[in-house]
Design a binder for this molecule. Structure first.
Ligand code: PLP
Length: 374
């Protein structure tokens, strides 16, 4: 059977061989627990400290502002629940959007059950946050505003600088930025928000690793009970191998980001051109979305039906993000188009530097064939 062609890089990327090599090498080298005070513990701690120092330099943060987690889901849960618990004196009001990943929206639902008031800020027709509405929504008792820099379904980039200005005009309100879909696609400024999350498996790193940058001034209640790790905010035995693998993925990504972007721009332009020739096909991702994400709807086909039909032809695409149910309309496409049917018919093609023009030609042809009933 022909090897499936992958168009779901926003869900996961293949691990880079050098990342894997770094993991294996560091795991064999670091035998002691980095929290143990004996020689082998100290040796592991030295590796961990070195990795965190290099990672901090790369991200322009301090080493003690890095919290390593099991993924962006945990990083988002920790940021939202941890900040909410630590800022009760500010208030119990949180502002977010309808474009968030389920790790944000589900955390907000939990907080709502605990009595927090959650407002979702309206979006403009291009999917960006309506800044005037945001300015009206944020109050002195708003403890937190949470936004994703790039949303996972349509690839909309939020004007985070302006958002931060509005949020920080209220001195006690904190801004959490989910940068999971932004890392590896656009430059990310870690200084702009109070907490920032991401996961290296989105840019050729390993699964099971996430990062929360928590700037020094941010109060946070840990969500795991246990002893200190490399930080008080997330207990558990430090994992120098995972940290070193994450650093390796970050270094590779920063060295290649602009090439990755221009490669994906060419493929995205080709797909937009070819796919819009198909009758009834609409592009949902705005023109200014990241080139790696192309959300489309084909009239008459539910998104999951297209996913299945494409799967049968050997192409892997996704319906909404990988972590949500197939049978509900895409929140992002609903927000962008206000069209429930189109949102139900939507699916996501995601590209990477590994995607080739031949693969895109094959995908466009496969979509055309499905439309023509072949
Ligand atoms: N945030 C966004 C925007 C995502 O796209 C994802 C995963 O797709 C996550 C968070 C969760 O990431 P993880 O799978 O590392 O928990």
């Amino acid at each position: 059977m022909k090897k499936p062609v992958y168009f779901d890089y926003c869900a996961n990327t293949p691990v880079d061989p050098s990342v894997l090599e770094t993991y294996v090498k560091t795991a064999s080298q670091c035998v002691g627990n980095a929290n143990s005070v004996h020689a082998m513990g100290r040796a592991s701690k030295a590796v961990m400290d070195d990795v965190l120092a290099k990672m901090a330099a790369l991200l322009h943060v301090r080493p003690d502002e890095i919290i390593l987690t099991s993924g962006a889901t945990e990083a988002n849960n920790l940021a939202l629940k941890g900040i909410a618990a630590a800022t009760r004196h500010v208030g119990k009001h949180i502002v977010s959007t309808s474009l968030e990943h389920s790790s944000i929206s589900a955390s907000l639902s939990m907080l709502q059950m605990e009595g927090y008031e959650i407002d979702l800020c309206p979006l403009t027709s291009d999917g960006t946050i309506d800044l005037e509405e945001l300015a009206d929504l944020v109050r002195d008792d708003t403890c937190l505003v949470s936004i994703s820099l790039v949303d996972s379904e349509a690839g909309v980039i939020q004007p985070v600088k302006k958002i931060a200005e509005i949020v920080h005009s209220h001195p006690k309100t904190l801004l959490h930025m989910d940068a999971t879909q932004a890392m590896g696609k656009i430059p990310v400024d870690f200084a702009i928000a109070d907490t920032v999350s991401f996961a290296p498996h989105k840019f050729f790193g390993l699964n099971g690793c996430g990062v929360l940058i928590k700037h020094e001034h941010v109060p946070l209640v840990p969500q795991n009970s246990g002893g200190a790790s490399t930080t008080l905010y997330r207990s558990g035995t430090p994992d120098p191998a995972m940290a070193a693998a994450c650093l390796c993925a970050l270094e590779k990504m920063y060295a290649s980001l602009s090439n990755w972007q221009s490669h994906c721009e060419k493929l995205n332009a080709y797909l937009r051109r070819e796919l819009t020739k198909i009758e009834g096909l609409k592009i949902n991702s705005p023109d200014h979305a990241v080139p790696q994400i192309l959300n489309i709807s084909l009239h008459g086909y539910k998104g999951f039906e297209m996913q299945k039909a494409l799967d049968e032809k050997g192409y892997c695409v996704s319906v909404k993000s990988a972590c949500t149910s197939d049978y509900l309309p895409s929140h992002a496409v609903m927000a962008l188009t206000k069209d429930r049917k189109r949102a139900l018919e939507s699916f996501r093609i995601s590209l990477s530097p590994l995607t080739t023009m031949e693969e895109c030609q094959g995908l466009a042809e496969a979509i055309r064939e499905i439309h023509e009933g072949k």
